[in-house]
Design a protein around this ligand. Structure first.
Ligand code: HEC
Length: 131
């Protein structure tokens, strides 16, 4: 049983890596705080709660603003990542989407670009109500 499952996991892992191509970027950029599987780490929050946001316009806007400008709230301070490319931020959000098995279209670089130029501070980024 154990022996027969291993190749399957390897295959699934490879498939995920090919589909996302963002695993390494996630590890370097987001996993430090949110964990390899977005489960949360030490004092930092897990991201399971944002899964429904991938499927609504306000939710998607929120996710774009969080990665561009960061967020400050009860759980602490997240810096913004506006220095990354639109393609990279879209890939990171799509990696998170896959981790959470969230419904919704994949993010495009264009969707990230539309959030730029607002110069928000982390405390100005507000979580929308539950969809
Ligand atoms: C330095 C630690 C740190 C890093 C690095 C970091 N975050 Fe965060 N993140 C936080 C904290 C702290 C919060 C919660 C802020 C609050 O209390 O509202 C947060 C909140 C979030 C939220 C909103 C959660 C919610 O429930 O509304 C999302 C989405 C998110 N982060 C995604 C990311 C992504 C994607 C990356 C990588 C680009 C990333 N974070 C990198 C610390 C971090």
């Amino acid at each position: 049983m154990k022996r027969s499952l291993l190749p399957l996991f390897l295959l699934l892992g490879l498939g995920a890596a090919l589909a996302q191509g963002a695993g390494g970027l996630w590890t370097r950029t987001c996993a430090v705080c949110h964990g390899e599987k977005a489960q949360g780490d030490r004092s930092y929050p897990g991201l399971q709660g944002v899964a429904p946001f991938f499927a609504t316009p306000e939710g998607r806007r929120y996710l774009v603003l969080v990665v561009l400008y960061g967020k400050k709230g009860e759980a602490g301070l997240m810096p913004g990542f506006a220095q990354l490319k639109d393609e990279e931020l879209a890939a990171l959000l799509n990696h998170l989407k896959a981790l959470l098995q969230a419904k919704g279209d994949p993010f495009t670089p264009e969707e990230i670009r539309q959030g730029r130029g607002l110069n928000l501070t982390p405390d100005a980024v507000k979580r929308p109500g539950k969809p």
